[in-house]
Ligand binder design. Structure first.
Ligand SMILES: Cc1cc2nc3c(=O)[nH]c(=O)nc-3n(C[C@H](O)[C@H](O)[C@H](O)COP(=O)(O)OP(=O)(O)OC[C@H]3O[C@@H](n4cnc5c(N)ncnc54)[C@H](O)[C@@H]3O)c2cc1C
Length: 396
């Protein structure tokens, strides 16, 4: 069996770029094929938790991440009709406890720092992949423009509507999750002092919730406002919106939340889609990574974090078993699937936990706090944040 050295990555989102960096560091020849005519990222803020900061340590990009990110000091929860905080969970010293910090960052800053770590010649833009097939121990790709390419291994990092997944595994595409959201940025200096805290703030109400935090070192407050909606009828899954439409969608939000919403200078609305739990990620020389493998709701802010963990583990497996890529891909899938699937499932459950419809929901949430979420050092948070892909690899 020949050594696998040429890797094709479909998609230059956060997962694809992270994978390119991790593989290049292991000495692989990497080509990334991106459908868009230029590189970039939609949306506003993103949480990068200690589990994937370990990945940034391993690729020597933590200092650059630190330079563009903000460091929240904990989580707060409140009802969106009230101004007072009901619970707060300080992060404490994450670095001491988990060996890495917790960051929030503007997506385009994060995407830029990753793309700058991949040589321009390794990324081909305007290459929409339409077909992937395995032939005699290699993998072939076809693109919409009629071009083709060959590699020893193809990694489908082409997101929730993955063409690679559809081509190799068929199955249904993502389905609407019953919630839609506004993603918005408000300049911090447009808001009074009591909005200026370094927490990730969560506001829950009847049929929805809002999460807000600083990005761009406190220059902006990023927020995502989620609400139930029976169907998503827009032609695209993200469309431009405006403050009036957002305010009208949250009539029960209290004065403090409405003031923040009213200060937004950019806002778009999104249908929230979720992927089905993929029974298999790998077939022959083709594998999936990130949202193409395990698209999840954003309730735990872990979709990209899981992609970063995946990227590290895939690169290590491919390097360790370069003579036997089939074994490497099987090792990668076996190492990553249980954890990513569990987080995917948790994100689905968590969405119900965040929304409050009645006093009973409120009581249930309080109970869950005490038993499940009691602190960021135990329970589900410890399991998510405390994971270290690098140490895990060394120990395997
Ligand atoms: C509101 C919201 C908030 C979120 N917050 C967080 C958070 O705080 N923390 C976190 O970790 N995650 C968060 N996520 C999830 C995170 O954004 C995704 O999990 C992550 O961006 C997935 O990265 P990816 O590279 O797998 O896919 P994508 O980002 O979707 O990238 C896929 C890339 O592939 C390209 N592509 C698609 N099809 C083709 C094709 N056929 N040929 C070539 N190229 C193709 C696309 O153009 C794109 O560049 C959030 C998501 C949402 C919606």
């Amino acid at each position: 069996m020949g050594k696998a050295r040429r890797i094709a990555i479909v998609g230059a989102g956060l997962g694809g770029l992270a994978t390119a960096i991790a593989l290049r560091r292991q000495g692989f020849e990497v080509q990334v094929y991106e459908q868009a005519p230029e590189l970039g990222e939609f949306g506003a803020g993103i949480n990068i938790s200690p589990n994937s900061v370990k990945f940034f340590d391993a690729i020597d990009l933590t200092a650059k991440l630190h330079a563009v990110a903000s460091e929240p000091v904990g989580l707060t929860w409140r009802d969106w009709g009230a101004d007072e905080i009901s619970y707060s969970l300080p992060f404490g010293d994450f670095e001491k406890r988990y060996g890495a910090k917790y960051y929030v960052v503007h997506r385009s800053d994060l995407h830029r720092l990753l793309s700058e770590a991949v040589p321009e010649a390794s990324i081909q833009l305007g290459k929409r992949c339409t077909r992937v097939e395995t032939r005699n121990g290699t993998a072939g790709l076809s693109f919409e423009d009629g071009a083709g390419a060959e590699a020893d291994v193809v990694v489908g990092c082409d997101g929730i509507r993955s063409a690679v997944r559809a081509c190799v595994f068929g199955g249904e595409g993502p389905h609407y999750a019953g919630t839609m959201c506004w993603r918005a940025l408000a300049p911090s200096d447009a808001l009074p002092k009591d909005y200026h805290d370094r927490y990730v703030n969560q506001w829950s109400g009847d049929g929805g919730f809002v999460v807000s935090y600083y990005v761009r070192q406190g220059k902006f407050i990023n927020f995502v406002a989620v609400r139930q909606q029976p169907g998503w009828t827009e032609s695209s899954w993200s469309v431009p919106s405006n403050v009036d439409e957002m305010l009208a969608a949250f009539p029960n939000a209290g004065a403090k939340l409405r003031t923040m919403m009213a200060a937004a200078t950019s806002c778009s609305k999104w249908g929230q889609f979720t992927g089905e739990h993929a029974p298999q990620w790998t077939k022959d020389r083709v594998t999936l990574l990130g949202d193409s493998a395990h698209a999840m709701l954003a309730t735990f802010g872990q979709g990209a974090n899981m992609a970063f963990e995946d990227a590290y583990v895939l690169a290590r497996w491919l390097n360790a078993s370069a003579d036997d890529p089939d074994a490497a891909l099987a090792g990668y899938e076996a190492a990553r699937k249980p954890r990513a699937t569990r987080v995917q499932q948790l994100s689905r459950t968590e969405v119900h936990f965040k929304k409050i419809h009645s006093d009973w929901d409120r009581l249930r949430r309080e109970f869950a706090f005490v038993t499940r979420h009691g602190s960021t050092t135990g329970g589900v948070y410890r399991w998510i944040f405390g994971y270290d892909p690098v140490a895990q690899w060394r120990g395997s």
